[in-house]
Design a protein around this ligand. Structure first.
Ligand SMILES: NC(=O)c1ccc[n+]([C@@H]2O[C@H](COP(=O)([O-])OP(=O)(O)OC[C@H]3O[C@@H](n4cnc5c(N)ncnc54)[C@H](O)[C@@H]3O)[C@@H](O)[C@H]2O)c1
Length: 331
């Protein structure tokens, strides 16, 4: 692959910083652009340039884009439940922020973009195995804001010569292989993380919402994808631009695990039999959400290297066990 200079918005966050490390390993130059609202300066490797700023700061962004070949756009507000109670920052950051970034890119003549999208653009899909052809019907403002950003990006591709790929991640999980880096979100919402918090005795128990779904064990089934595989997909998308390939792609393992299976896996890997509480369903949780990633395999040549749930949990546990305070209060 051609060596590129890549600007990574949100490169101090969970998935962005993992991707920054991979870009550097593969010999690319990296500029991280992050306001540290949820990210951590310590997550950014020294070999990357770092600019602290908001994506909506157009003069600073245009300056940062000098000499850049491509943008990986991770910066966003990400908490689904918060998007329902307080949608305003989600629209400002995920939609308007993306609009200002696109304008800055066009002004700075940077025409390659890889965008972090999400399975939330599908809402409650009509089939267990989700393909890119399924209806896009988000059921919360987070998913709406991401879908609207995808639409905006597609329009910029048609009108202003942008090449862009939107990667729709399913359930991002795990940590850097070996556990040296990982997720450090103040408000923890992901199932694997919550189970690990329970295993580390930082949560009194793990709560299961709903045990009467039409699934083999009655709990919801999701597709957990290793963060290192998400990072690899970004590099695959970048090199696919050279072959004229762009578009929207699902990223998952194509295999689902129920909530109970995740709990059992975490108990096995950690050796901690933490307590579990079963309560009623939450509104808006589909029974199954599993990706068909055939399109990413065919067109990007991307296939997960770490599909095993045990490996995902193992790496995340190493991170949680060895970093009880995450990156610390170092920002
Ligand atoms: N974590 C998941 O399970 C998941 C699933 C699907 C999609 N995604 C998408 O992946 C991307 C990254 O998610 P994450 O889990 O790494 O989140 P994160 O919160 O760890 O990272 C987001 C980063 O963006 C920065 N940021 C936010 N707003 C900014 C702004 N206006 N200007 C500059 N920097 C800003 C934050 O400081 C942080 O470093 C997001 O776009 C998210 O929607 C995540």
């Amino acid at each position: 692959m051609t060596r590129s200079r890549v600007l990574v918005t949100g490169g101090a966050g969970y998935i962005g910083s993992e991707t920054v490390r991979l870009l550097l390993e593969e010999g690319h130059e990296v500029v991280v652009f992050d306001d540290l609202s949820t990210g951590h300066r310590k997550a950014v490797p020294e070999a990357a340039s770092f600019i602290r700023g908001r994506i909506s700061d157009t003069p600073l962004m245009i300056e940062a884009l000098a000499g850049v070949d491509a943008v990986f756009h991770f910066a966003a507000n990400i908490e689904v439940a918060e998007s329902v109670t307080d949608p305003k920052p989600f629209w400002w950051n995920n939609f308007v922020g993306t609009l200002t970034l696109l304008d800055a890119m066009v002004k700075a003549e940077v025409f390659q973009l890889v965008f972090s999208s999400t399975a939330a653009v599908y809402g409650n899909p009509p089939s267990d195995l989700v393909t890119e052809k399924m209806p896009l019907q988000p059921v919360n403002p987070y998913g709406e804001s991401k879908l609207s950003a995808e639409t905006l990006i597609a329009d910029y591709c048609t009108a202003y010569g942008l090449c862009a790929t939107s990667l729709r991640y399913f359930n991002a999980a795990g940590a850097a292989v070996g556990g040296k880096h990982g997720a450090d979100h103040a408000h923890k919402t992901h199932l694997v993380t919550l189970c690990l918090e329970a295993a580390a005795r930082r949560l009194p128990c793990l709560t299961i919402f709903g045990t009467d779904y039409p699934t083999p064990d009655g709990t919801c089934v999701r597709d957990y994808i290793h963060v290192a595989d998400l990072a690899r997909a970004h590099l695959a998308a970048l090199s696919a631009f050279e072959r004229g390939v762009q578009g929207s792609f699902n990223l998952g393992n194509g295999k689902g695990h129920s909530v109970r299976e995740v709990v059992e896996c975490v108990q096995k890997v950690t050796g901690v039999d933490f307590p579990v509480k079963e309560v009623a369903r939450r509104p808006g949780d589909p029974a199954y959400l599993v990706a068909s990633s055939g399109k990413a395999l065919d067109l990007l040549g991307w296939k997960p290297c770490f599909p095993s749930l045990e490996q995902i949990v193992h790496d995340a546990w190493e991170w949680v066990r060895t970093h009880p305070k995450g990156y610390g209060s170092d920002i």
